[in-house]
Each structure stands twice: as structure tokens, then as C-alpha cells.
Design a binder for this molecule. Structure first.
Ligand SMILES: [Zn+2]
Length: 317
């Protein structure tokens, strides 16, 4: 049974995905069907509040108001789910922005649940991901792009942690004494496996491309430095995945994000590194797969958050 039990079985929930460059929203039925969907880029010309209002309005005007139940929202971090505030790194005007209150004002009386974007991606993959991904009892979803984020789903329930920050897989130390990380530690996975860190490392060895996409093309063409950059990232990610798996008896890791879109140049060395270092018997069960929902994973996860029982979250009067 993969559909979260819902108190809104005959209702539709509003899912919102707050990214660094665009906002997306969808009206989602209890079976995961998207009844309406909209996406609006943050173009810099308008306030983020205006973009939020537009993307929500474009969805809710296509749904009968009395069928609209809770609201689930996934946001780029950092965020404070307790206070319902978000401070996405790429949206400087939003610092401790009261996102939950803002959505509550747009749709009064509905519970609003907030989680990190990678946490929502994990939940979306668990709920609506490819059939062979189903049945995972302990799952980690990971987003590898300009940073490295993650989220856990245990028995179909997202594990967000007491402060809402569980799953910060990018800040597991994979190389003690390695490069300093913006978080203050050294040798974090993010300093080895994020797109910008891979590009920086390759450029320091003479590669002269511009971004992670070009680096993937170069690696696929067999360029030595590019290939080694992916090997290095894969080793760091494998360390993090196996660490998490050893702690939580994971059976599935799903990886999305721009760097993961590179495909085999990442997943081949990644799966090899996981297999090579899975010493304990139960770690040999760990499967590592690319996302099967792509950019919809976050929205579907936000919807699942709103559908999960008990609804929890904060309700605007
Ligand atoms: Zn760090």
C-alpha cells in the first residue's frame, strides 16, 4: 500500500515547490493525479511574493474551492518548519520569510505542511516513483546539484527530525581534513560532489569547461580529468550512502538533481563504489537508482506531505 492514508480522500491538495530559480504548484488528487499544474520563473523583475501568488492562483482557480484540502510545500533551505519560515540561499529577499503564514492567508483554514525540497523529493519518489522502487521500507532521496541535499522516508513516513533538518547528507565528512566547506567543517560530501565543487576541482587540474553539464559531456567522451572528477564525486557519495545505510538499514537510495542527470558517468562509478565498500551483508541489499519522476518528484512529495495522516502542520484561522 503506497498511497498515504488520507483524511482528504475525496479532496485535492495544493502542492507547492519553492526552488531557487522557479516556483511550481499543482493540485494533486489523493491517488497522485495532477489535476492542474503551473510553473513560474523567478525573473528578478517581480518580487518572490508576487511569483508565489501567481503560481498558486493559476492552480487554485482551476479547482473547486470546496474540494481543496491541505497544502504541502517543499522549499529550498535553510528553513525552520517549526516557525514556518524559509530563507532560500538563491532568494536573498526571503530571509526567515513566513511562507506557511503566507500560504495560509491565500487559502484560509487549510493546514499547511512544510519540508525541505530534498525531503519532498524523497517522499515523492517513495509515493509515486517507478514501480520497482516501491516497497522500500527505508529510503534516502538525494539531490545532487549546486549543493547536495537529502531526505529519509521510513515506512512511507518522511523523517524530518526535531528541527526539520534530517537528511543533510551533503555535510557528512567524506574526507577528514579536506577542503573547507561553507558550513564551517572540512571535507564534506558537498565539497567533493556538488556541481560547482566538481567543476572547480577539474579546472584546477587544467580542464577548461564552464559547468557540470559540460563536465559530464567531457567525462562521457573519456576525458581523463572529467572522468576523475566524477569518480571522486561518486566515491564521496558512496561513502555518505553507505554511512546512512549502516545507520538506518536502508534498502533504496534515489538520486536526482542536475549532476545526477549526467547518467552513467556518475552512476557507474557510484554503484561500483557502493558495491566495493558494502562490507556488511545487509549493506549488499542497497539499491542506488536515478530519480524516476524528474522535476515532479518534489511537487508529488509536497502533495504527499499534505495527504499524510495526521495532517499536523499549522492552520491559519
Ligand atoms: Zn559542510
Amino acid at each position: 500500500m503506497r498511497t498515504p492514508r488520507s483524511p482528504y480522500a475525496d479532496r485535492i491538495v495544493l502542492a507547492v515547490d519553492i526552488g531557487g530559480t522557479k516556483f511550481a504548484a499543482a493540485a494533486v488528487e489523493a491517488d497522485g493525479t495532477m489535476a492542474a499544474r503551473a510553473e513560474v520563473p523567478l525573473d528578478g523583475g517581480r518580487s518572490a511574493e508576487a511569483v508565489l501568488a501567481e503560481v498558486v492562483d493559476r492552480v487554485i482557480r482551476r479547482v473547486p474551492r470546496d474540494r481543496l484540502g491541505g497544502i504541502g510545500v517543499g522549499s529550498a533551505g535553510p528553513l525552520d518548519p517549526d516557525k514556518g519560515t524559509v530563507s532560500p540561499v538563491n532568494i536573498p529577499s526571503w530571509r526567515n520569510f513566513p511562507l506557511v503564514d503566507e500560504l495560509g492567508r491565500m487559502l484560509p483554514g487549510r493546514p499547511v505542511r512544510l519540508a525541505g525540497d530534498a525531503q519532498c523529493m524523497a517522499l515523492g519518489e517513495w509515493w509515486r516513483g517507478r514501480p520497482e522502487g516501491g516497497g522500500a521500507r527505508a529510503m534516502l532521496g538525494v539531490v545532487v546539484s549546486t549543493g547536495v541535499g537529502g531526505g529519509f522516508v521510513f515506512d512511507g513516513v518522511p523523517y524530518l527530525g526535531p528541527t526539520g533538518n534530517a537528511g543533510h547528507i551533503g555535510h557528512i565528512v567524506a574526507d577528514p581534513g579536506g577542503e573547507p566547506c561553507p558550513c564551517g567543517a572540512s571535507g564534506c560530501v558537498e565539497t567533493l560532489a556538488s556541481g560547482p565543487s566538481m567543476v572547480r576541482w577539474a579546472r584546477s587540474l587544467g580542464w577548461n569547461g564552464a559547468d557540470a553539464r559540460e563536465l559530464a559531456v567531457a567525462a562521457a567522451a573519456g576525458e581523463e580529468v572529467a572522468r576523475r572528477a566524477f569518480q571522486r564525486a561518486a566515491d564521496a557519495l558512496a561513502t555518505a550512502f553507505l554511512t546512512a545505510a549502516a545507520l538506518f538499514d536502508l534498502d533504496h537510495v534515489v538520486v536526482g538533481g542536475g549532476v545526477a542527470a549526467a547518467g552513467a558517468v556518475l552512476f557507474d562509478p557510484l554503484r561500483q563504489a557502493v558495491a566495493r565498500n558494502a562490507g556488511l551483508g545487509f549493506l549488499g541489499r542497497l539499491r542506488v537508482d536515478p530519480t524516476s519522476l524528474g522535476r515532479d518528484a518534489g511537487l508529488l512529495g509536497a502533495a504527499a506531505l499534505a495527504l499524510l495522516e495526521p495532517p499536523g502542520g499549522r492552520t491559519e484561522a
